[in-house]
Design a protein around this ligand. Structure first.
Ligand code: ATP
Ligand code: MG
Length: 244
């Protein structure tokens, strides 16, 4: 059996007596998983559970072979995040320092760290901004910085929650090219060339972006209502939305 990237067994999250995720069960072996659904349907909650930022109320969660809620340290080193708001992810004054900060607990020596940071900046087209104040970057550049800072740790899974929401069309496309490049092993021009590409979870209202995934989950009111090939799941979602 192909090893699962994600395995959920009756996952529920309740807040104040309300179930915001309701007995979600799924086994995912695909490298690129999309998650869609209306506002408030539980997508970000699911993303947070997968990354160990929110603990389930009940049910079992296994992500890249670990329980992220129980083994937070392992989760932080093996699972990366990229959120809609890149400002929230910038923690250091300059671009280079911000990427380097991700490696603070890596145990790597200073030279190896510096080399890894330079490579990451180069791959994301940020070398010329290495010493620029991180908060001054454009939204698109900040989103690339957030990705670089996450990926420099070489996670096995990268969870992206609305990675293109704040981006214009051109930067959305650039972001999509980076994300899909991440999972194309062997492409010498891919940003992640030469290293093990992470599996991806992409939560988004951008149905073109999600359409590029290998498999798509659809949530409604915390319930997994559809799961399958992107075209079919997206079409069903569009039809239901049009009917409302
Ligand atoms: N900590 C919390 N306390 C109370 N309610 C919460 C909490 N976190 C999430 N919720 C509620 O759970 C529901 C699902 O939220 P979630 O952010 O997962 O939705 P979403 O699908 O990501 O929506 P969007 O598309 O708007 O980002 C919402 O109704 C939200 O208000
Ligand atoms: Mg959300």
């Amino acid at each position: 059996m192909t090893p699962a990237v994600i395995e959920l067994d009756e996952l529920s999250v309740a807040v104040g007596g309300r179930r915001i995720l309701d007995r979600v069960s799924v086994r995912v072996t695909e490298r690129r998983l999309g998650v869609i659904g209306p506002n408030g349907s539980g997508k970000s909650t699911l993303a947070r559970v997968l990354g160990g930022l929110t603990a389930p109320t009940s049910g079992a969660v296994t992500v890249v072979g670990i329980d992220p809620a129980r083994d937070g340290r392992e989760a932080r080193s093996r699972i990366g995040f990229c959120f809609a708001d890149p400002d929230a992810q910038i923690v250091m004054p300059t671009v280079r320092e911000d990427v380097d900060f991700s490696l603070r607990r890596s145990g790597l020596d200073r030279e190896t760290r510096a080399a890894r940071v330079s490579t990451a900046l180069h791959r994301f087209g940020l070398s010329h901004l290495a010493d620029a104040p991180a908060h001054r970057l454009s939204s698109g550049e900040k989103q690339l910085l957030a990705l670089a800072a996450s990926l420099v740790r070489e996670p096995e899974l990268l969870i992206c929650d609305e990675p293109t929401t704040l981006l214009d069309l051109s930067n959305s496309r650039a972001m999509a090219a980076v994300l899909w490049g991440l999972t194309e092993d062997g492409d010498p021009d891919a940003p992640w060339a030469g290293q093990v590409a992470p599996a991806l979870v992409v939560v988004s209202h951008d149905l073109d972006l999600v359409g590029e995934c290998d498999r798509v989950l659809r949530l409604e009111d915390g319930v997994l209502v559809d799961d399958g090939a992107p075209d079919e799941v997206i079409e069903g979602y569009r039809d239901d939305m049009a009917r409302r």
